[in-house]
Design a protein around this ligand. Sequence first.
Ligand code: 26A
Ligand code: 26A
Length: 346
Amino acid sequence: MAAELKEGLLFGICNPLLDMAVSADKELLDKYSLKPNDAILAEEKHLPLYDELVKNYKVEYSAGGSGQNTCMVVQWLLEKPHLVVYSGSVGKDKYSQILEDKAHESGLKTCYQYQDSYPTGTCAVLITGNGTNRSLCANLAAANHFSHDHLHSPENKKLVQQAEYYYATGFFLTVCFETVLELAQIAHQRNKLFMMNLSAPFICLVYAKQQMQVMPYVDIIFGNDDEAKALAKEQGFETEDIKEIALKIADLPKQNTDRSRTVVITQGHNPVIFVKDGKVEEFEVPKVPAEKIIDTNGAGDAFVGGYLAQLILGKPYQTSIKCGMWAASEIIQVSGTSFKGKKYFN
Ligand code: 26A
Ligand code: 26A
């Protein structure tokens, strides 16, 4: 089946980051005013955190960045090399080499922009609660210097124009809104699916304006319950009920009215909420025994990867959700955001 799939059919964009994961405690979270489950941008006050991790903790370094995680999962599941093209900005250093090696090992085609004067971005991953909580604090560095013209070279333009599916994380709105909007408009003109992730509560709050400007182009939106609640609060939905919120997100203005917006909200071990054509459905999450959970870092990204792989194969959404849950359950049973080697059989 995968043999018939065309190279470059999914184009993804996000911040490529090297994850620095540690097993942490409340004291460390408190010291840097971090919540147990969150994803934020590092501010001035967070910068000493990275040195502190290196000095006082056992750091596990691994390829991360939300969008690259998702794109690699799609590659692992569909196997044929270069089905997915991924872009974002990195430095010319050891860290970007790790990210690139990992990406290429998965079969992902990278279309990185390389920065001369900035190091590759990193993300502190503080694991607490026996693996069930992860606090992410990203120091974007080179990733923040992605420039809009990167995708305008003849070579990269071709990569963008050949895609059948587009995926941008909400995280990338903090870096280059123009590029997200342009990809959304290209997808629209070409009548291809444009998909996004809410990515983090702060995106739904601080970047609400950009998020709402691009939302009319979004055919499928992914997110978790915390993000959905943040969006609901910011948009004045006046409800904290995830199903109601999901229905309202589906009903936000849409450019292409020929197909409705699909909304997929994950809630950790609680059911996945799915909205399509004005109908809301719940999907139970298979239990993962507490002793098997190593860390939930990347669970949401893997879910999206599993979902997209089945979407690309033309499978019904029920299969997409099942595969998303399966990929997420694999990720939470390993450290980091990789599970290469195992295969999903429907
Ligand atoms: C702009 N921010 C805050 C971010 C991120 C991010 N990826 C892109 N931009 N903050 C955390 N991540 C990544 O999310 C993955 C887990 O879902 C981490 O690098 C981690 O691999
Ligand atoms: C934390 N616990 C107990 C969990 C999970 C989980 N599945 C089982 N137990 N936390 C996350 N997941 C899976 O990852 C997706 C994205 O968060 C679920 O499939 C969830 O939809």
